[in-house]
Design a protein around this ligand. Sequence first.
Ligand SMILES: Cc1cc2nc3c(=O)[nH]c(=O)nc-3n(C[C@H](O)[C@H](O)[C@H](O)COP(=O)(O)OP(=O)(O)OC[C@H]3O[C@@H](n4cnc5c(N)ncnc54)[C@H](O)[C@@H]3O)c2cc1C
Length: 474
Amino acid sequence: MNTLLDTLRHIVGAAHVFTDGDLSAFTRDWRKRAHGKALAVVRPANAEEVAAIVKACAGHQPATGVSIVAQGGNTGLAVGSVPDGSGTQIVLSLTRMNAVRAIDNANLTMTVEAGCILQNLQETAEEAGFLFPLSLAAEGSCTIGGNLGTNAGGTQVVRYGNTRDLCLGLEVVTAQGEIWHGLSGLRKDNTGYDLRNLFIGSEGTLGIITAATMKLYPLPAAQLTAWATVPSMEAAVTLLGLAHRHLGAGLTGFEVMGQFALSLVDRHFAQLRVPLFQSAPYCVLLEISDHESEAHARGLFERLLELAMEDGCVSDAVVAESLNQARQLWHIRESIPLAQAEEGLNIKHDISIPVSRIPDFVAETDALLQHQIPGVRLVNFGHLGDGNLHYNVQAPEEGDAATFLREQEDRVNALVFDAVTRFHGSISAEHGVGSLKIDKLPHYKSPVALGMMRAIKQALDPHNLMNPGRVVRP
Ligand SMILES: Cc1cc2nc3c(=O)[nH]c(=O)nc-3n(C[C@H](O)[C@H](O)[C@H](O)COP(=O)(O)OP(=O)(O)OC[C@H]3O[C@@H](n4cnc5c(N)ncnc54)[C@H](O)[C@@H]3O)c2cc1C
């Protein structure tokens, strides 16, 4: 191992190889569910150094069993970005690689290194007069490499798609330590298999993304946010249909929040002053982006809400009067996971279901869980516009949450994932598989699909150097 560490120090400089001291920022996952042990944390400065690190590790792998975990902001929620407990894994932290290499105004693209923080990319794009629409609550810490590695979703998917849809080209270091220069800014390229899309969403199991060419969009003239109460999940889905029809491509966000989820925000962060939530089982947060003017956007929003009230799918609504008010409304939505954590341990599910089937899924699964585990509390919220729910299960109010988790987690997961399967959904909508769901895939993914995934892993990373124990076992 010492020879390998010496080689790594030689490649990146001794100051960028950490082996001692408190490495928990790199070895513990965001939700503090996994505490791994790293052989070293290595911080390369460019793709050539990444390639040299991979080659060095591949060379030492037979003798040492070393493997590589790519890491960006370490905000992933599937326990895929931290090492296991073996002490034989290198954490390859990309955060020093944070340059914006180029902005191509006419091609509407920006080429960026993998370690760029998402929020910095949004700001860089805005300074250049463009919108980079990927947006999620971890944007101040997560990196574009991690966003690509997990194919992150977020709050604008209903209009702009997942990270995959925003990416035109990649630069990747393969498991053999070669650099694939695939930084194409092309919107059309049918020259065979789509290699870019293999690496996107592969969670560091096929190669290391070192840079990407991402799409930019014109900045909208105005963005408005509204908060509406709806009498049921069916009504929320009806409102979504109306919003699609009346706002078209202007609809850029559509989030649903259950009353209990909002009551937790109210209980733990009373200063946020959650509006209107006591009067309805669900609230919806809508965002519109408009290329004419704020007045035009407001007119469209008011007309939509009028129609929705006539239809009965909205019972009450407010439109934010200022950017500040809009931010406050989004802040409430983004505070739900923190409020849940304040309330105590819980079992999280990041699932997707065809939008049309969500009301039946929720009614059936709520009833099933409440029948099987009396007193259980359901925290339901998410990106309804994309059919993505964070369908979380909080322990009953009385009783010990840790005991609940220990005794009930497997049973709750099975009840929820079986229901997801009955409704033709996915057990991981946007957070990925990581090590959290690797053992669930054989049960919930078709053997044919899993067989193809194994074949791809075997072809690209035959020695299982890249993030072993995540996504798929060879
Ligand atoms: C408060 C909060 C809110 C969140 N909201 C959302 C949300 O709305 N939507 C959503 O999709 N996710 C969300 N997430 C999850 C997380 O932020 C995203 O998955 C994010 O994309 C991870 O980026 P990261 O840089 O932190 O990656 P990391 O956590 O460091 O890594 C995640 C995975 O990607 C791999 N990886 C990292 N960098 C690379 C690279 N350069 N090349 C290859 N593989 C790599 C890692 O090995 C790991 O498997 C949220 C997380 C938090 C904490």
